[in-house]
Design a protein around this ligand. Structure first.
Ligand code: 13P
Length: 249
């Protein structure tokens, strides 16, 4: 059976010093797990220091964004080459905050996921509908387009993780119900199986993200097609993140 993946996206929180304190405490408190992987995605400025500490543990490290070129005149950007060098394994691509605040299109995200996989790293492709799209019953159309355009020409399914993050559930305290998420995860799996023309359920993990908390993690992880979670706010405190990691089904 595939391992589950419990990932924390710290967004623009924690200085390098705070990040180091956090991961030291996480290592002490997290316990041993053979059936689940744990991932933290700190801001760029914390990656190097956190990576050094995590190299002695089984906790994995990811970045929240990347540029699709190796190097060049791209002021303010960071490349896969730089991230590999400091031990980063996963990269979140196309988070809804990147799409909606910074204008990233499916075409840009497509270049990023391909670049990440070409570099031998693991992209976590985020997709999700807005509330008005759900209300107009456009959820499946939006997600299908995001998948098809963001994964156009993508081949390395063994490196790919998908995160379903309904925009209306992010940071709102209003999570999708486990049944709503399960229905969408089943749909996502059917779309990617058609796209890649094979059974990908042993390769591609599909995570749920959006107001995941200690009090809803157990019911979310009980769903058969939910392979893990991408957690924002509740991943910023060691006790709540550990409770999420220690989910019981
Ligand atoms: P919250 O868990 O704070 O809702 O954020 C979810 C998210 O955006 C993770 O990438």
């Amino acid at each position: 059976m595939r391992k589950s993946l419990i990932a924390g996206n710290w967004k623009m929180y924690k200085t390098p010093g705070e990040s180091v304190e956090f991961v030291k405490s996480l290592i002490e408190n997290v316990g041993n797990h053979t059936d689940r992987d744990i991932l933290v995605c700190p801001p760029f400025t914390s990656l190097h220091a956190v990576s050094r500490i995590l190299s002695k543990s089984s906790i994995k490290i990811g970045a929240q964004n990347v540029h699709f070129e190796d190097e060049g005149a791209f002021t303010g950007e960071i490349s896969t080459k730089m991230l590999i060098d400091i031990g980063v394994e996963y990269i979140i691509c196309g988070h809804s905050e990147r799409r909606n605040i910074f204008g990233e299109s499916n075409q840009i995200i497509n270049k990023k996921v391909k670049k990440v996989a070409n570099a031998g790293m693991k992209p976590i492709l985020c997709i999700g509908e807005k509330i008005e799209e759900r209300e107009r019953r456009k959820t499946f159309d939006v997600l299908r387009t995001q998948l098809q355009e963001s994964l156009d020409g993508f081949k390395d399914t063994s490196l790919l993780t998908i995160a379903y993050e309904p925009v209306w559930a992010i940071g709102t305290g209003k999570n999708a119900t486990p049944e709503q998420a399960e229905e969408v995860h089943l749909f996502i799996r059917s779309v990617i199986e058609k796209m890649f023309n094979k059974n990908v359920s042993d390769e591609i993990q599909i995570l749920y993200g959006g107001s995941v908390k200690p009090d809803n993690i157990d019911s979310i992880m009980k769903m058969q097609n939910i392979d893990g979670v991408l957690v924002g706010g509740a991943s910023l405190k060691v006790d709540s993140f550990c409770r999420i990691i220690n989910y019981k089904i």
